[in-house]
Design a protein around this ligand. Structure first.
Ligand code: 5CA
Ligand code: ZN
Length: 411
């Protein structure tokens, strides 16, 4: 499907260092060393409601990776899915008495507008689950040939033990896996399964639910296999980074990788990166809890999207944090100061700022450190820190380009 429009990205005067990212599977920082374009897959939305600040934080987080790679001189091949058929979407459509296709299209369009406003670089391939059904069917057939698919009534399951490396991403104990699986869409207690953790790859047709023909009978794709099929089709095997929020570590990324590894006999991804959870009112912000702050609602109340983005950048992408209205008001004030410093034209020397910001972002996307570096430059330029040095005549234009290219802040 269509993604959203690409914002301009200025070219920086120097090339950034190689990018290191935290890999959940090893619990360490790993240096990415893409051969050819850097290949990134980030799990997309299930479009049954508007984009909230938690989603936005995750996509802005991975946008920093996209930008850090570009600054380091790589092309980036970025793929994202849209889970445009799944239980939560069908349930919501029924509840609000809307056609599920219309609901998905409406919310996907709103997401595009939110991403555009936040200056998130679009994926080269933005791919829906529905349009990927032929890919899913072909992948299930490959898994069948490998002997890792079995049937329970009209549903097909992937046998998790067929991947000897199953469990290496989340590194959870089995008891914890069972609990989390049940909480996040799994069905550990279903009779007839070989292992309670096995996941559905093809869900046979149910009354009043959409279904598509397949060699296994009419039905629709399971959730995890959608991402496996899309990632492998558009990025190939052993792509650089699989990303998403930390709520996807298990079962979603574990299952997707397991299916991919059995089908290809190779690594699914080289690193698994996860963004922290944004909370509001003391709980994880989630559609099912209803404690949501929508990006579109903030935009509709004339909040500058760059202030929203600055709030997100003020937190490390891996941290869990709480959204507060005061955080947003502070960001509005900060941007006003930054803009007045940039309006001076000349300012404190920009060279060290470029080097420090680019280095911070290459070091596991450390945006808070980058923001602090810019703050010091603004203070020095406005003369409030006593370090005023206005010897750099082109400082403002260099810093403006830096903010735009590295942090996605167009001021
Ligand atoms: N469609 C699936 C992924 S294939 C899905 O999880 N959709 S979602 O709409 O529920 O979430 C979209 C993205 O936002 C996922 O990467 C998810 O991990 C992330 N996310 C959801 N809630 C939060 C939150 N409160 N804070 C940070 N990220 C979140
Ligand atoms: Zn996914």
């Amino acid at each position: 499907m269509r993604a959203w429009s690409t914002p301009d990205v200025p070219t920086l005067p120097e090339t950034g260092p190689p990018v290191r990212i935290h890999d959940t599977a090893t619990g360490t920082l790993v240096e990415t060393s893409p051969e050819g374009p850097a290949r990134l897959y980030v799990c997309g939305i299930t479009p049954y409601d508007a984009t909230h600040i938690g989603h936005a934080a995750t996509y802005v987080g991975f946008d920093l990776l996209n930008r850090a790679w570009r600054v380091a001189g790589h092309e980036v091949s970025y793929v994202q899915n849209v889970t445009d058929v799944d239980d939560p979407l069908l349930e919501r459509a029924l509840k609000v008495n809307l056609d599920w296709v219309a609901l998905a299209e409406r919310e996907t369009e709103l997401f595009r507008q939110d991403m555009e406003a936040l200056r998130v670089l679009p994926p080269a391939h933005y791919v829906g689950a529905v349009e990927s059904i032929p890919l899913v069917i072909a992948l299930i057939q490959r898994l069948e040939e490998a002997g890792s698919i079995y049937r329970v009534d009209d549903d097909l399951y992937f046998s998790v033990t067929s991947d000897p490396r199953f469990g290496e991403i989340s590194r959870m104990e089995r008891d914890e896996m069972l609990l989390v699986f049940a909480e996040r869409g799994g069905d550990p207690d279903r009779e007839g399964k070989r292992d309670p953790l096995d996941c559905v790859v093809w869900r046979g047709e149910r009354p009043d639910e959409p279904a598509w023909d397949s060699p296994f009978g009419p039905g629709r794709p399971g959730w995890h296999i959608e991402c496996t099929a899309i990632a492998q089709e558009y990025l190939g095997e052993a792509f650089d980074v699989q990303g998403g929020g930390s709520d996807l570590v298990f079962p979603h990324h574990e299952m997707s990788a397991g299916e991919g590894q059995v089908a290809s006999g190779s690594d699914f991804a080289l690193a698994y990166a996860h963004a922290g959870m944004v909370g509001y009112d003391g709980e994880k912000m989630s559609k099912s809890r209803g404690n949501l702050v929508f990006v579109s609602a903030l935009r509709n109340s004339d909040i500058d999207p760059m202030a929203i983005r600055l709030v997100l950048l003020s937190h490390h992408y891996r941290d869990d944090w709480e959204w507060t209205d005061n955080g947003l008001f502070d960001a509005v004030d900060t941007l006003e100061r930054w803009r007045s410093a940039l309006a001076l034209g000349a300012g404190a020397p920009a060279g060290p700022v470029v080097a420090a910001v680019v280095a911070a972002l290459a070091d596991d996307l450390d945006a808070p450190t980058a923001v602090a570096v810019v703050e010091r430059w603004v203070d020095a330029t406005l003369g409030t820190s006593g370090l005023a040095d206005t010897s750099d005549k082109t400082a403002a234009s260099v810093v403006r380009d830096l903010l735009d290219a590295s942090l996605g802040l167009a001021l």
